[in-house]
Design a protein around this ligand. Sequence first.
Ligand SMILES: *Cc1c(COP(=O)(O)O)cnc(C)c1O
Length: 379
Amino acid sequence: MPALPPAEIGARFFDIDTPALVIDLDAMERNMALLAARVKALGVRLRPHAKTHKSAIIAAKQVALGAVGICCQKVAEAEALAAGGVRDILVSNEVVGGRKLARLAALARQIKIGVCVDHLDQVALLNEAARQAGSRIDVLIEIDVGGRRCGIAPGPLAVTFAAEIARCANLRFGGLQAYHGRAQHLRTPAERQAAIGAAQRGVADTVAHLKAAGFACDTIGGAGTGTFLLEGGSGVWNELQAGSYIFMDADYARNVSDEGGNAPRFEHALFVLATVMSATSTEQVVVDAGHKALSNDSGFPDVWQRPGLAYQRPSDEHGIITVAAGAQPPAWGNKLLLVPGHCDPTVNLHDWYVGVRDFGTPHARVETLWPVDARGALG
Ligand SMILES: *Cc1c(COP(=O)(O)O)cnc(C)c1O
């Protein structure tokens, strides 16, 4: 049973219960429109990553702005988003295990499904699952372009995979998955450029080998919020998978933007609203949002627009807010907005989004309550 939402539609901002996952709807819409326009100008396709938001409603908004479909990372996420109406999903990940493959193949009867492989045995297993389900699955070969996560080495090995996929009646060779996760959070533009430049050489080399063997890549997918202009402008990638841009987080805000000022500036649109539940000292207060309301794997949250306040020492259900000398300590019962260090896993801790219009103004109101459809969808 999902928990009750922390607010009612139409409620004033002040009446939202805490901890709550709050969206500044205007900022989110600006982020979505900005990325869609930039990707369109690059002349490539957009397939945003839904692991950020896990919401069918937000996915539908991305599709309405021109996305060809969405990515997700797990079969269970794909199931939840398909149930919410998404029609075209790439599982940008390897799926291993008979039960999962059967579910993926069943889903491919209802909607367009793609998946990645980096092991030859997986090709036959996927084909068998799709044959039994009577469906067809698009298969991308994942190459490791520097992220040192999944993926085969760029180069001629991809030809062996493409030939194997092409032999399978229930599979379709879709192209390459080439996502450089580690490049996203390299802090300087020069570092990101170098990383994507090296990745680009690997992708181009792989595409050339495939072409020489008679295999055309319909899709060459990859890119995230930190680097999408580079992949999109490379002439090599043709489908971009940025995800975090809709919300942004404190960690992404630590990236240095490009010197030329060409990079779009996405705004913080996602917050955890917390209440000061204890204020027994002038040096620190305690809020009701700890590890179970915020993911701290990429650093602690920033306290929004409150200079001198810093979030520290979270425990399960508490966070300490330290007050620098000279800063105004928040009073008992005050509410504070926290910008999560890492948006995706923070979202996964909540059942509901509270969408606020006119955020930050005296008219701020709850306009929407959206379920986090794929919350906890790990399988
Ligand atoms: C997370 C992820 C993305 C999106 O990256 P962001 O940094 O959130 O924009 C894209 N592709 C893949 C495969 C991912 O895992």
